[in-house]
Design a protein around this ligand. Structure first.
Ligand code: XMP
Length: 242
């Protein structure tokens, strides 16, 4: 298996982990990045990948994240940009070009924006560079049902349409809340076995690792339960043991 999915599977097998570390740090800007790098160093032997969000991307930008990016490249840890990309094609293409050029391996996008002049060419371009595109399908916060859970006139929920888009448009993965193993099962039925399911919501948002472990998801994406712990490696271990 090649491409982003192959990279994730190889990394997961090598480190015996299904955890994607959401490197979400708060606090003073002059120490935040160093703290993020320390959490990465402390956990990198037990994670399958790394996800970076606005917590680091906004204050430091792609150039400022060189240390994190270099560590991930050296360790062959897949690096995901959580931008939930949601703009017109020209802007989306510009964003993914920067991300891939700087060393990211995948980007999370919002399929709400559509295929024509939205995400169609983004998927093609990222694939042409060996990267991956992950579609947001069902979020884990309470308000998710107000958007992703809306029903179309025929009764089909929006998240199901997004899962169909993921399959039809060639997404490498989808994000589905860890807090609903029923939704994960439903989405698995739509996207098939070749599309990764990545689940946030465990720990700080109340989702349980034990319950998630019985689901059909491939990876859990965990931030605060690890990044805000006094012992990030220990927090990671207790998640993976479960
Ligand atoms: P925590 O600290 O809650 O961080 O473990 C989760 C990370 O995943 C990002 N993210 C999502 N979070 N539902 C979420 O709760 C989603 O659908 C989702 N998609 C991505 C979140 O922004 C944080 O970085």
């Amino acid at each position: 298996m090649t491409g982003f999915k192959g990279m994730m599977e190889a990394s997961a097998a090598e480190r015996r982990s299904k955890v994607v570390l959401a490197l979400d740090l708060w606090g003073p800007y002059d120490s935040r990045l160093a703290r993020a790098e320390a959490v990465l160093q402390a956990t990198m032997d037990g994670i399958a990948g790394v996800k970076v969000n606005q917590h680091l991307l906004l204050p430091y930008g792609l150039q400022g994240l060189k240390g994190v990016i270099d560590t991930c490249r050296k360790e062959r840890l897949p690096l995901i940009a959580d931008l939930k990309l949601n703009d017109i094609e020209a802007t989306n293409l510009n964003a993914v070009e920067s991300l891939i050029d700087f060393g990211f391996n995948a980007v999370i996008v919002n399929p709400f924006v559509g295929r024509d002049e939205g995400l169609g060419k983004v998927v093609e371009w990222v694939h042409s560079r060996g990267g991956g595109v992950i579609f947001l399908v069902y979020m884990s916060h309470a308000g998710s049902r107000e958007g992703f859970g809306l029903r179309l006139q025929g009764g089909e929920p929006v998240y199901r349409v997004f899962a169909e888009r993921a399959r039809g448009w060639g997404a490498d993965g989808v994000v589905v809340s860890a807090k609903s193993i029923e939704t994960i099962a439903e989405v698995r039925g739509v996207v098939g076995k070749d599309c990764l399911i990545l689940s946030p919501g465990i720990g700080a948002q109340g989702g349980k690792a034990d319950t998630w472990a019985t689901s059909q998801a491939d990876f859990m994406m965990v931030g605060r339960a690890i990044t805000e712990s006094d012992n990030p490696a220990g927090a990671l271990r207790s998640l993976t043991e479960r």
